[in-house]
Design a binder for this molecule. Structure first.
Ligand code: ADP
Length: 276
């Protein structure tokens, strides 16, 4: 974990000097790019020590389109397995709610449904890993990272991922699920008021997905994410298909991908399909 945190940090070392001049900005991004491309040449940190999986907790990744429910599944699994659930979307929202210099810049990006740059997200993730390590955390379930092939390559350069779970769902349902998402402004709980009921036709089975309703104490405190509007959700899905779907292929080639078609089945490396 220490090596992972150190190297992730080293891969995006300059971002936080956001007040710098245009020249320094250019130098910074070129230097970051060089470090990302040639980490072994430029890294100032010692090389990572890859720990034997038997000596550490699990290191899993959850992939999937916005609205597929990866946060819900990842958080339940993390409780069962006793490892932290680290969702980069949550980390970005924490940053948005702070009064830090990055908040305004991030708001514009997130509210348009765009991806935050690899440098910023890696910096935010390294800070989270650093904090967790200080509390004695080991292992993780990553949710929402990596989202670009470059992020996947950087992660692969610093640690071994044991398993990548890829959740899939029809696009029309994804949009409905995103629009139904609610967060309790008091306890932070995630809920979904969308009730999905699609009749089976032409031999394909119907789909029913119950809402995930809040307890009565939260009902009056529900809020909707600013980026969960129909227009922004569709843009996020477009960006997922462009930027994140290649990440599925990245892990499929490495035979780490376990795919679930929701609701109801799973495929291992695109081979057989089983009903759950
Ligand atoms: P989603 O519901 O789209 O999966 P998340 O909660 O995971 O949303 O992320 C919210 C936003 O945070 C994203 O739209 C993106 O702007 C930013 N974000 C989260 N993770 C990443 C990442 N790994 N790389 C770039 N941007 C990210």
């Amino acid at each position: 974990m220490a090596a992972l945190r150190r190297l992730l940090r080293a891969s995006a070392p300059m971002y936080y000097h956001s007040q710098c001049t245009a020249q320094r900005r250019l130098f910074s991004s070129l230097a970051s790019e060089a470090e990302l491309r040639f980490p072994s040449l430029l890294n100032r940190s010692p090389p990572p020590v890859r720990r034997d999986p038997k000596e550490r907790s699990i290191q899993w990744v959850f992939l999937g389109c916005p609205g597929v429910g990866k946060g819900t599944y990842a958080s339940r699994l993390s409780q069962l397995l006793g490892v932290p659930h680290i969702a980069t979307g949550d980390l970005v929202r924490e940053e948005l709610n702070s009064s830090g210099p990055l908040a305004e810049e991030l708001r514009g990006i997130v509210n348009q449904g765009k991806l935050v740059s690899d440098e910023i997200i890696i910096n935010i993730l390294s800070k989270r890993l650093e904090g967790g390590e200080a509390k004695g955390e080991s292992g993780f379930i990553l949710d929402g990272f990596p989202r670009t092939v470059r992020q996947a390559e950087i992660l692969e350069g610093v640690t071994d991922i044991d398993l990548v779970i890829n959740l899939k769902l029809r696009e029309d349902i994804l949009v409905e699920k995103c629009l139904g998402r609610r967060i309790c402004s008091q306890c932070g709980g995630n809920f979904n008021v969308a009730s999905i009921e699609i009749k089976g036709e032409n031999g394909s089975p119907g789909i029913y997905m119950a809402p995930l309703l809040p307890p009565s104490g939260c009902t009056s405190k529900l809020i909707t994410r600013a980026d969960d509007t129909e227009e922004v959700v569709k843009e996020r899905l477009r960006i997922y298909n462009d930027m994140s779907q290649p990440v599925e292929e990245f892990y499929r080639r490495r035979e780490k991908l376990l795919e679930f078609d929701l609701p109801g089945g799973y495929r291992n490396h695109g081979q057989s399909c089983y009903m759950l």
